[in-house]
Design a protein around this ligand. Sequence first.
Ligand SMILES: [Zn+2]
Length: 281
Amino acid sequence: MLVNTKQMLEAAKKGNYAVPGANVFNLESIKGVIGAAREKNLPLMVCLAEVHTPELGIEETARIVKYYAKESEQEIALHFDHGFTPELIRQAIDAGFTSVMVDGSSLPFHENVEKTKEIVEYAHKKGVTVEAEIGHVGGGESYLDPEDDDTMLTTVEEAKEFARLTGVDSLAVSIGTAHGEYKGTPHLDFERLQEIADCVEIPLVLHGGSGSGDENLTKAVKLGICKVNICTDLMIAARDYTKEGYGERSYYDSMTLAQEGIKDCLKHYYDVFLTKNPSEK
Ligand SMILES: [Zn+2]
């Protein structure tokens, strides 16, 4: 069933687990991530990033995900990820996405506040949940080389002030992760995360989950992260599952394997994120 993102995140905060924010970019990835949610019987946030909309449209994704959500017993939320363009964010809200992320993290603090506030006002009128980012998780918002990582860590003061000024529902914080593939395992600033979690009431979100190390991610979840974004590792799994026998296999088989890879990768992350089914006590 399609559910309200706010309730999903609040249940995660209460239960001390995280829901995966799994990025999708085509039909196979949608079927892969929803397949994982079904097999594990756990909640899922399906994420479409603005950078992937040339391949998978907003209206198109809304219709497809609503169809699968209706056919699923599990709680499924539909999230517009890294929205930079206000018109597209509003388009996602109007199409029935249950949450949107407004990404003003590269802007100066007050411009980020203003941009976020405008979306919060529009979204809340329609019952849609808003995530924003303070500090900046760098590395490029798609499958890019993190050589040009420009991560800036979130300060406790900024996080508190930003949440208060914008009225946003969840907050993405920068504690040392980056988007894309890492060369090694990153060093996460858990002390900073603990301090932010102690001062900010709303659920916290971690971007750049892929390759951050399972132990690191579980620890971050235990300290208060309620949603972890996974994109790159799903793409890597799809690539790796289709690698062997490439050229001899039919397109149909490759497609099925890619879907299987994405499903298995997300099933693994469900364990790492300690995700629980909110209806099972
Ligand atoms: Zn991200």
